[in-house]
Design a protein around this ligand. Sequence first.
Ligand code: XIL
Length: 380
Amino acid sequence: MNRRFFLQSTSAILATQILSIAKPSRTHSSPMAIVNPTLEAALPLGDRATAKGLLYGAAATARKIQQDSAFAAVVARECKLLVAENDLKWRALRPTPEQFDFTRGDALAAFAQAHNLRFRGHTCVWHNALPDWFEQVVTHQNAEQFLTDHIRTVVGHYAGKMHSWDVVNEAIDPVGEGIDGLRDTPWHRFLGADYIDIAFHTAAAADPNALLVLNDYDLDYAIPRDAAKREAILRLLQGLVARGVPVHALGMQAHLRASEPNFDPMILRDFLRQVADLGLKILITELDVVDQDLPRALHTRDLAVANVYQTYLDTVLQEPAVIAVLTWGLSDRYTWLAGFRPRSDGAAPRPLPLDALLHRKPAWSAIASAFDQAPSRPHL
Ligand code: XIL
């Protein structure tokens, strides 16, 4: 393959692809689906991101990587960063209160190492995916011990191997019960707002080299709910930084919605700048695009999803503090949205860069183009 072929401009790729999907004579489930060889041969997303000092990666589970070699191959091809979708959550790691099971996490770490991908931990503290025994066993008296033991053991286990850790996930709930803008979780009930400080301090001691991230969702749109969340998260981050808590970055999950009209680039840019002004980095950690309310037709749907990727990434990549972009999955073959945001017509959702047959689709081209157009970062 010659170099010019690889370096072909992305707008040409987009144009070719849009032309090819303008005649949607086959669905993705057809064994004779149309494949665009030019697009399939183009430089992968991870390489395009790296060229700009950015990291691109995706979430996956050990089971999918181990059982589906074609999927594993596209992960290795497209990504420079791998995040554990489920295998490092409490429920996966803690079969009993006394035990840790690193089997699946270690399998992912080994895959990442074998393919030269950085590895990313998700997540030390979350109110979901807790083991069944949790409620019976963890109390006011032992909660701090459980929290610190868990973080010390798990973050310590991967110390030196992790690019970053989502130390605390989804802690904010500005419209909920909590008076301090924090979500009502077991950790908050047992330890108060301090649990966040404790978690970051413990993680920093266990792995001084990992980038420690506060991760949350609903930060993206110009709607009151997201505005309240942005304000609450800024307040939390300001407090953490002022107290010298070792938080290094904000993770924006960015589960976007194709049918959401209220996107305002200025508002988002302004928020990112305020986070950056605190001395923090920003990672887009769980990017995907819900296509639940879009028309069923593949070409219309794919272009609408691609357009959301392009607009969002063009906006956030203007902020130099944004150092990484991860999609929550890589292929429509495996997406949590099939369960979480199913379409009423029963059609399979198409929220990710590759289709269910692992072929690149307009969302891929949009991400590629956003990386190609992004200003260079000094990092990496
Ligand atoms: C999701 C996984 O993708 C699913 O496989 C699992 O069943 C539930 O969790 N925000 C997060 C992620 O921080 O951990 C969630 O991942 C998606 C929403």
